[in-house]
Design a protein around this ligand. Structure first.
Ligand code: OOG
Ligand code: MG
Length: 255
């Protein structure tokens, strides 16, 4: 029998100690449903310690990411306030195992979204949109995992940084995006790489969150997923994403 709470504790411990572990699927057979139950239970452990839920992240909404990681299904994960990186701030490298960064678009919700919604309904629930980056840090050795492993591990989510919020009437369907390290571009893409339109990712977030028995809440942030492949981070870097019409978001990695 798969012990959801024991495996959630294993994942939670690895994340707290910034320690890589073997894939859960190496020791047990996991269904996707069990993987999402482990994700929920591991995040519940954080909430019990006082962290606050602030939203949802979507993953593998972009082909370049799916190819990079060998996972071809859209996944979602949970964001808490402890994952927030201040725009312009500094992150402590020692908190992570093998962190990577990806440029994203963030939605801030003003109304709940639940279940099957149209892109127009999704847009009507959006208060604002912003340039963002997600710091992913798989808890698995060598950043390697199956679909079930990565879902159990909160879709690798470890940190995120959001830039200035803009009114949602900006057309975000095809915005140029540049990720740079110390001023040098390392990834170039477009928001169109996110399911053809980032709003489709918000639609998927509403559907998948409802399948997990929750809804997207007003005040929550939804990260639409990376517009490019992810880039490994190293100590001392100045990391910036610039999104056309939305501006820049940045942070430094401490030594
Ligand atoms: C999983 C997370 C994928 C995205 O934006 O596609 C993701 C991973 O690549 O480790 O966050
Ligand atoms: Mg991401």
């Amino acid at each position: 029998m798969t012990d959801i709470h024991k495996l959630a504790g294993t994942i939670d411990g690895a994340a707290r100690d910034a320690r890589a572990i073997a894939q859960l699927s190496a020791g047990t057979t996991l269904t996707l449903e069990q993987a999402y139950a482990i994700q929920k239970a591991s995040i519940d452990l954080r909430l019990t310690r006082g962290e606050r839920r602030v939203g949802v992240k979507m993953g593998f909404t972009n082909r370049a990411k799916a190819v990079q990681m060998g996972v071809h299904d859209i996944v979602c994960g949970r964001l808490t306030d402890r994952m927030i990186i201040e725009d312009g701030g500094t992150v402590d490298f020692a908190r992570y195992v093998h962190p990577r960064i990806e440029p994203e678009i963030a939605f801030l919700l003003k109304a709940p979204l639940e279940g099957v919604v149209t892109p127009a309904q999704a847009l009507a629930a959006v208060e604002a949109i912003a340039p963002a980056m997600e710091l992913i840090d798989s808890r698995y050795e060598n950043f390697k995992f199956s679909l079930e492993d990565v879902v159990a591990d909160n879709a690798s989510s470890s940190g995120f940084v959001v830039g200035a919020w803009h009114r949602p009437d900006i057309d975000c369907s095809n915005l140029g995006i540049v990720l740079s390290f110390d001023g040098r571009p390392v990834q170039i893409g477009s928001s169109a790489a996110i399911l053809g339109h980032p709003l489709r990712s918000l639609v998927a977030a509403a559907r998948m969150t409802a399948a997990g028995g929750e809804r997207l809440e007003p005040g929550w942030i939804v990260l639409a997923g990376s517009a490019t492949a992810a880039e490994p981070l190293r100590r001392g870097l100045y990391v910036e994403a610039e999104v056309q019409s939305l501006g820049r978001v940045a942070f430094t990695i401490g030594n």
